[in-house]
Design a protein around this ligand. Structure first.
Ligand code: KG4
Ligand code: ZN
Length: 357
């Protein structure tokens, strides 16, 4: 089954064509990072206007790169939440228009579930399809979704059936990276720049970790405050004339990254043991972080399935991959589907409905 996946929940306009929830025929995206960089974070109004400009060419490019027409696809999948309302609406209306015009089913997808399903994807043309996570390890799997807006630990009990066991109580991991980068004058998005400069840093001086023992929850706001105090003490923030000393920035970036990676990897590995899962699937922008990936591989006693970094950040392929399981069960959304900015990882995007065409 061929699914066109559309994603516009945040600051990337993306579309992809995926076969049977796994094989990527095309995966194209237009990033708005440059547009938002000077503000140090996403400006929702600018994001939705940019999606309006990009959505048609991106969807066209996804279809033409995959060498398929709209008539060839079996369904049109789109992120309906969580995310920025004004951004989600652009992708959803595009998908509705395509579904109405083609008569193909519309499938609303939970963005966080999409991040988990990135672990099933592989590039068309790869020598052989890698073994799917549930074939390798069986259900339930433990999913770690760490993005700019969320930090969730969830059990995937069977396809599409998520149960959240842990979440952040304040900032998301990606948000912490972005805020820390801002304090260090490193720009937006913070994750990739912190990772890069941290590689040049000397031995790190540990920052405090919030373990929130007895739960699988996370907290990163205390760490952010600790970064602020240290940035002040080291003359990094406010930035002095001529910019802060780059060795001091690299050392702080490294200490920060180690603290985040340590807490997430340790708790995720322990949760895997506690819940008796045989495998861990990771996704979301922060899952691209090499320190986190290494820490989790080191600490976990079960296999960790990590999508390539490019599939960790927002993309259309993961949306098509998650939608495949709805399609397989014969479920689709109605054309009255609305955006749900606050959707949690356990929730279905909407009650499955018969097509209203
Ligand atoms: O999943 P994503 O692309 O968008 C959301 O759904 O939020 O995640 C974006 C977040 C940003 O906060 C960004 O700083 C972070 O992922 N990120 C990283 C890395 N690449 C992106 N964080 C740490 N290390 C990275 N290499
Ligand atoms: Zn995301």
């Amino acid at each position: 089954m061929i699914v066109l996946g559309i994603e516009s929940s945040c600051d990337d306009t993306a579309a992809a064509v995926v076969v049977d929830g796994r094989e990527i025929r095309s995966n194209v995206a237009s990033s708005q990072a440059e547009l938002h960089a000077k503000y140090g974070g996403i400006v929702p109004e600018l994001a939705s206007r940019s999606h309006v400009q990009q959505i048609v060419p991106i969807v066209r490019a996804a279809l033409s790169t995959a060498d398929v027409s709209l008539q060839d696809v079996d369904a049109i999948a789109v992120t309906s939440g969580p995310g920025l309302a004004g951004s989600l609406i652009v992708g959803l209306n595009m998908a509705k228009g395509l579904a109405a015009a083609s008569g193909k089913p519309l499938i609303g997808v939970n963005h966080l579930q999409g991040h988990a399903y990135a672990g099933w994807l592989y590039q068309s043309g790869d020598a052989a399809a890698p073994t799917a996570p549930e074939e390798m390890c069986g259900f339930p799997l433990l999913c770690l979704v760490v993005s700019g807006g969320h930090t969730d630990l969830a059990l995937l009990k069977s396809h599409g059936e998520f149960e959240r066991v842990g979440r952040t109580r304040d900032d998301a991991a990606g948000e912490a990276f972005d805020k820390a980068a801002r304090l260090m004058g490193l720009g937006y998005p913070g994750g990739p720049v912190i990772q890069k400069i941290a590689e040049t840093g000397g031995p790190s001086d540990p920052l405090p970790r919030a373990w929130i023992r007895g739960t699988w929850d996370f907290s990163f706001s205390g760490l952010k405050t600790a970064v602020l105090h240290r940035a002040r003490a080291e003359g990094i923030y406010p930035a002095p004339e001529g910019g802060p000393d780059q060795d001091a920035v690299a050392a702080l970036a490294r200490s920060f990254q180690e603290a985040v990676a340590d807490v997430i990897a340790t708790k995720t590995a322990r949760a895997a043991e506690e819940f008796g899962v045989q495998g861990i699937v990771i996704g979301g922008g922060v899952a691209a972080n090499s320190a986190l990936r290494e820490a989790l591989q080191d600490r976990s006693s079960v296999p960790v399935m990590s999508p390539p970094p490019a599939l960790c950040t927002d993309n259309g392929a993961m949306i098509a991959a998650a939608a495949y399981h709805y399609l397989k069960r014969g479920e689709s959304s109605g054309l009255d589907l609305d955006v749900t900015p606050g959707l949690t990882i356990e929730e279905a995007p909407s009650a499955p409905a018969a097509s209203v065409i």
